[in-house]
Design a binder for this molecule. Structure first.
Ligand code: GLN
Length: 288
């Protein structure tokens, strides 16, 4: 693309052609070229995506073109859109992201929904294990102003990022601590423990494709069968849950039976799995 003036429609169609690859998720391939182009262009123009549909004939100025070309180049090299624009929307929150953590995924909103439907008491104590950007902890806190929510992460950069996200949304009451799973947790009785831990098998081919190549493997990979961290979390959660407390776990789309079995083996009750928007079992929960 040379530096002649381009309309919004032309810029979008050019960008789509550059993205000849597909994005991948652990459950398959999907084509994100159209939406990626729109999000990148909307960011350059400081507008919402809907504006692009409303004003397809509008010309981009030189600076907008330059920034858009740079964004498109980065995306063509495989960089995740969220890293290029610096944020990802999750639940009702716009969250800063960085290469230090997992980029929040839409399927994780299912975990938030399930946790909210448990109808916990007004002053419940909640722990988010491996909080990353703080996505789950902050989404739960924003829906329940009285809950005492703590998020933890092994990675100090993630803790700082989550705190930043909390301040941005005036949710400073959510506490974020650095902890390797429960290593720094002193309080014992949580009513709810939620987690989106790493759960991908260490030799999964999917790790060499798409956006995950730019995310930390510590947030993705968990041993031969992907279940090392989930087993550890389930075995230790028992000591940190109040009576009738809930443990809610996101996992791989083929792991629900194994996760249920581990929960059963550790004496959890009311075990059930819920499916994500693709109809795949994605979250399993049990009560203490
Ligand atoms: N669902 C994520 C993916 O497929 C994996 C996240 C995780 O391991 N917690 O990329």
């Amino acid at each position: 693309m040379d530096n002649l003036s381009f309309t919004i429609a032309q810029a979008l169609s050019w960008a789509r052609e550059q993205f000849s690859f597909h994005s991948v998720s652990d459950d398959g391939l999907y084509d994100s070229a159209a939406i990626d182009s729109k999000v990148l262009l909307a960011t350059c123009l400081h507008c919402e995506v809907i504006y692009l549909h409303t004003w397809p004939e509008k010309l981009l100025d030189k600076m907008q073109m330059k920034i858009f070309q740079e964004f498109v180049m980065q995306r063509s090299l495989g960089h995740p859109v969220a890293h290029i624009i610096g944020y990802r929307d999750f639940w009702s929150l716009r969250l800063k992201v960085s290469p230090a953590t997992l980029i929040p995924r839409p399927e994780t909103e299912l975990l938030v929904e399930i946790a909210l439907q448990l109808n916990l008491a007004e002053h419940s104590k909640v722990l988010d294990l491996g909080t990353g950007t703080g996505a789950i902890a902050l989404a739960l806190a924003t829906e329940n102003p009285q809950w005492m929510v703590t998020g933890l992460d092994k990675n100090t950069e993630a803790v700082a990022l989550a705190q930043d996200n909390a301040s941005m949304h005036k949710l400073e009451r959510v506490k974020f601590i650095q902890s390797d799973w429960f290593s720094a947790v002193t309080q014992q009785q949580f009513d709810l423990i939620v987690t989106n831990p790493p759960y991908i098998e260490n030799n999964n081919r999917y790790l060499n494709q798409g956006d995950v190549r730019f995310e930390p493997s510590s947030a993705l990979i968990s041993g031969m069968d992907g279940l090392d961290d989930i087993r550890l979390i389930i075995s230790q959660s028992k000591y940190y849950l109040a009576d009738n407390g809930w443990l809610v776990i996101e996992h791989g789309y083929q792991q629900s039976e194994q996760v249920s079995d581990v929960l059963k083996a550790h004496g959890f009750n009311k075990i059930r799995s819920e499916t994500d928007l693709n109809g795949l079992p994605r979250v399993t929960l049990g009560s203490n």
